[in-house]
Design a protein around this ligand. Structure first.
Ligand SMILES: NC(=O)c1ccc[n+]([C@@H]2O[C@H](COP(=O)([O-])OP(=O)(O)OC[C@H]3O[C@@H](n4cnc5c(N)ncnc54)[C@H](OP(=O)(O)O)[C@@H]3O)[C@@H](O)[C@H]2O)c1
Length: 333
């Protein structure tokens, strides 16, 4: 089968190669991948900025496909079902945080940027009917991360004021879609005015360019008493200013550091406001099921930036590296 391999080559770590098609083991399903999608972790792996990299690996954490074959002990009725894949590898039973050995599908275990992928049957979930294969493939990793950040950590409720940073990002866009579906008012930042216009057309209540002079004041003016939740995947220089914008008892949820080391925090402002900063990573298997149900219940459509054939997959990594995308970068196989 064709697969995108992460290889130990200093010039270019990505290569399309022919590799053996895997065989499902006991309790596993073999999925024929129709569409896969990229996440920033794939690009971090490419540039050696991800922990514990294993060469060679097949990258890719997201997919929608059809069950082609089942291993011993798995009901044959799965064959032919259209599924999307839970990217958790060994979260374990503790809902609060994953097991020590937890990893994510697509390095070190072989991932979805391939014609076939094997995984335990319980991690293949039927696709909600309102979604195309391209839309379904866009969901797993970013949707799961956003779901836990919004609901479990951010405790977002109907009527809350929620700030989402870097709205061009995949996780950020699911964050907005979920918070809006819950009935929250959603404010966003981006470094690109065109992305702000596009997201407002998709339901954001207010947007500001984080590169513009006075962006903090513009946000404060909108919500003078501060935000109930701020969901941030960027860190960087803006972090300290953002933390000051939490309302009494507000939650700031951090899931990424795309913009690097955070600026200093005004700690008295934080503790006098009884506010919290919480880290969040991925989500447990129960949250994955809840997230898919939530998408079905609210008929949520993921934002897809582009769909391209597998032969052009490396150009999608370049686009992500340049931050040009607006939504998920989907690959067809
Ligand atoms: N902890 C977890 O479980 C988890 C899961 C998924 C992702 N992540 C991490 O979260 C981050 C985002 O992931 P993703 O897959 O959503 O990435 P992505 O789709 O590549 O989006 C990255 C976004 O970051 C925004 N950004 C860049 N510089 C920024 C700045 N200075 N201030 C604010 N926003 C900025 C950009 O938004 P604009 O274009 O709108 O400016 C860009 O679209 C990555 O660092 C990733 O590794 C963590």
């Amino acid at each position: 089968m064709k697969a995108l391999i992460l290889q130990e080559n200093p010039d270019e770590k990505l290569a399309i190669a022919d590799v053996p098609t895997p065989t499902p083991q006991a309790g596993e399903v073999l999925v024929k991948v129709h569409c896969a999608a990229l996440n920033h972790r794939d690009q971090w792996c490419r540039v050696n900025k991800y922990p514990n990299i294993r060469y060679p690996s097949i990258l890719g954490s997201d997919a929608c496909g059809t069950v082609a074959q089942v291993g011993e002990g798995v009901n044959n009725l799965w064959v032919g079902k259209r599924v999307l894949l839970n990217p958790n590898v060994g979260w374990g039973d503790n809902l609060a945080y994953p097991d020590y050995n937890y990893t994510i599908l697509g390095m070190p275990t072989n991932g979805t940027l391939a014609e076939y992928v094997c995984l335990p049957a319980h991690r293949a979930v039927p696709v909600p009917d309102h979604l195309t294969d391209e839309e379904a493939a866009a969901i797993p990793l970013a949707g799961l991360t956003a779901y836990r950040a919004v609901f479990t950590k951010g405790e977002v409720k109907e009527g809350d004021n929620v700030l989402v940073t870097g709205i061009g990002g995949g996780v950020a866009q699911f964050t907005m879609l979920f918070a809006k579906a819950k009935g929250a008012k959603v404010f966003v930042t981006s470094g690109d005015d065109a992305k702000l216009e596009r997201i407002k057309a998709l339901g954001a209540d207010f947007g500001v360019n984080y590169k513009s002079e006075g962006w903090e004041k513009a946000l404060q003016k909108q919500v003078p008493l501060g935000f109930n939740a701020i969901i941030d995947g960027s860190g960087g220089e803006a972090f300290g200013s953002l933390a000051k914008m939490l309302t009494l008892g507000g939650n700031m949820v951090v899931y990424g550091t795309t913009a690097g080391t955070p600026s200093p925090l005004n700690l008295p402002r934080l503790f006098f406001a009884q506010a919290s900063i919480k880290g969040s990573t991925m989500g447990n298997d129960q949250e994955f099921m809840e997230m898919v149900q939530f998408i079905a219940q609210h008929q949520i459509k993921p934002i897809v930036s582009s769909v391209r054939p597998f032969d052009e997959v490396i150009s999608a990594f370049d686009e992500m590296d340049a931050g040009k995308q607006f939504g998920k970068l989907v690959i067809t196989l």
